[in-house]
Design a protein around this ligand. Sequence first.
Ligand code: ATP
Ligand code: MG
Length: 229
Amino acid sequence: DAAPESVAVQIKEVTFAYDGQAQNALDGISLTVPAGQHVAILGRTGCGKSTLLQLLTRAWDPRLGEILFNDTALTDFSEPALRKAISVVPQRVHLFSATLRDNLLLASPNASDSELGAMLEQVGLQKLLEGDGLNEWLGEGGRQLSGGELRRLAVARALLHDAPLMLLDEPTEGLDATTESQILDLLAQVMKNKTVLMVTHRLRGLANFDQIIVMDNGHIIEQGSHAEL
Ligand code: ATP
Ligand code: MG
């Protein structure tokens, strides 16, 4: 179950409804993302952006249609192989009741303490290393993190995992302008050789994406390069 070196994504006529929901969250979505391409996903709240990213992680399977990575159906991947292929910054970041170290090691159990420290510094979370450092207990019964700290922790997790496909759901939501540009610069460096789908509300920086899709009500309503749109 080695990680593929690169991931091309094909989404074919995917329709999905959450259990108990009459309306489809996604309705006939088709999207082709060649390996190494960067796609920005825009659209107003509730249009299905996060659902689309979550289907790519197999949190749920489509009701209709299929998703392929490198011409292999997602359903044919083993769970470990999928995990190795994908780095995720989810919209809602979950903090485990565990040490800072274990919260970072989730998807990359082999990272050393010095690698973890360097990564915390890169995402501007070096302050967390004061006091008990990586042994500090987080979550329930321990230290809580602010919304912005949580997002940066999630970015650190995703970068430590270093997979060929990155799924980023508003990675800089709620960050101040300085921290946002720090994180975006960091992401820009690591995104270079990866396939990226990024949900964003920022219109600035869209020219850096190869493809932009605009969703509405479970559909893709606009699609093209920055120049075309
Ligand atoms: P936002 O910009 O606010 O994050 P979004 O585009 O990411 O919105 P989704 O979270 O994908 O939107 O939600 C799409 C639709 O599915 C919405 O109508 C939402 O209410 C519904 N939905 C999302 N998650 C669930 C769930 N777990 N169970 C039932 N319905 C859900
Ligand atoms: Mg969302």
